[in-house]
Design a protein. Sequence first.
Length: 387
Amino acid sequence: MEPIKEVTVVIVGAGPAGLATSACLNYARVSNIVLERENVCASLWKNRAYDRLKLHLGKEFCNLPHMPFPSDWPRFIPRKDFVNYLDNYTSSFNIEPYYMRTVLSASYDPTYEKWHIVARNDSSKGQGCETYCAKFLVVATGENSEGVIPNVPGLNGFSGEWMHSNAYTNGQMFAGKDVLVVGCGNSGMEIAYDLWNYGANTSIVIRSPVHVLTKDIVYLGMKLLKYLPTFIVDEIVVLFSKLKFRNMAKNYGIERPKQGPFSFKEATGRTPTIDVGAMDKIKEGKITVLPAMTKIEDDIVKFEDGKTARFDAIIFACGYRSTVWNWLKGGEDLFNPKGMPRGRFPNHWKGKNGLYGVGFAGRGLAGISRDAMNIANDIVSSFTSKY
Ligand SMILES: Cc1cc2nc3c(=O)[nH]c(=O)nc-3n(C[C@H](O)[C@H](O)[C@H](O)COP(=O)(O)OP(=O)(O)OC[C@H]3O[C@@H](n4cnc5c(N)ncnc54)[C@H](O)[C@@H]3O)c2cc1C
Ligand SMILES: *[C@@H]1O[C@H](CO)[C@@H](O)[C@H](O)[C@H]1NC(C)=O
Ligand SMILES: *[C@@H]1O[C@H](CO)[C@@H](O)[C@H](O)[C@H]1NC(C)=O
């Protein structure tokens, strides 16, 4: 057993949220350690995202604190460039995450008023478990920590191949195969389009109403939200969506929710889907839209409408879940049973006893930057108010 490491702040996770928080703390000269289970920072962007991904939101909504994107970069930044930016960010702010550290538990010791964090060291030099002791604990493990696979009866007996969208890189291995994509969020729709491009016979399950927009419509909406109330922006955005896609139910078999896209997001947390080409293929009949699945037998999938079809592979693009409760003890004041914030935005990032959550606002990278700055300021002001 190694000696206990004392530090002011421990940050769990070296994704954009952990990096942004560490940068803001380094900027303010507050000592901190970032613990990361993988051997790289931004592992979601490096290892768990598909090749053709670009940032869905305009670059002015996606930079981390204190480092804007170069002005000559495109509005929608490709994944590779964003990864370079994050590596650059990490070195520019002298962030040196402790890699291959999976945090197994963190609990608050009221006697010493400190958090005890236990991490397993899986590096080659590793010696089992390490203990850290910190005044402040920042949870930066993200909303996308683990892929969700729905409970479809018979999935375990499926004779084809299946995976979560976070394991999908591109459609090369699916050329000529019958592939089913489950889920019509950004990942599902873009992966369906990618599969079609690689020559897979592609189908997509769309279970519930969804707003489908384009990157440019969302960009316009986000710009307008600075000047106009949400319900007006919603009307404008839906108008553009109707001009672009016409009657989605008739043309594509997809219902639009009654509520506008930005208020729907506020109310349900579900973001509008950004189309990058799949809608045209659906309209041309090249990608098939199917209802919810009810069960699987060998390689046959049965659907809600009673129809069946055979598939070689299924890609589940059914979203993600937080894994905070795998390791955090206490903190029920900050996180609900799903490991997401209890408080509603903007009161979602601070708990008791020096506990914080960064990147759980459901507002992407812009929300992450805002949380990171709030948390760093809060930690700094807790020192200045004391002395
Ligand atoms: C496919 C995809 C596309 C997206 N596109 C956009 C976009 O265009 N714009 C936008 O604003 N947002 C986008 N998002 C949202 C995205 O979640 C954020 O952009 C961002 O990556 C979240 O950062 P994070 O640091 O909170 O979480 P993550 O990037 O998931 O980082 C969390 C880190 O914590 C580590 N970790 C987890 N558990 C432990 C543990 N117990 N011990 C140690 N380490 C641990 C993980 O390994 C990971 O590195 C996208 C998300 C996905 C999945
Ligand atoms: C990386 O940082 C340097 C300065 O340190 C800057 O000149 C360069 O443009 C940055 N590159 C990226 C990809 O952000
Ligand atoms: C493509 O898949 C659909 C849905 O499974 C199926 O009905 C159709 O026959 C397939 N088309 C080809 C050309 O194999």
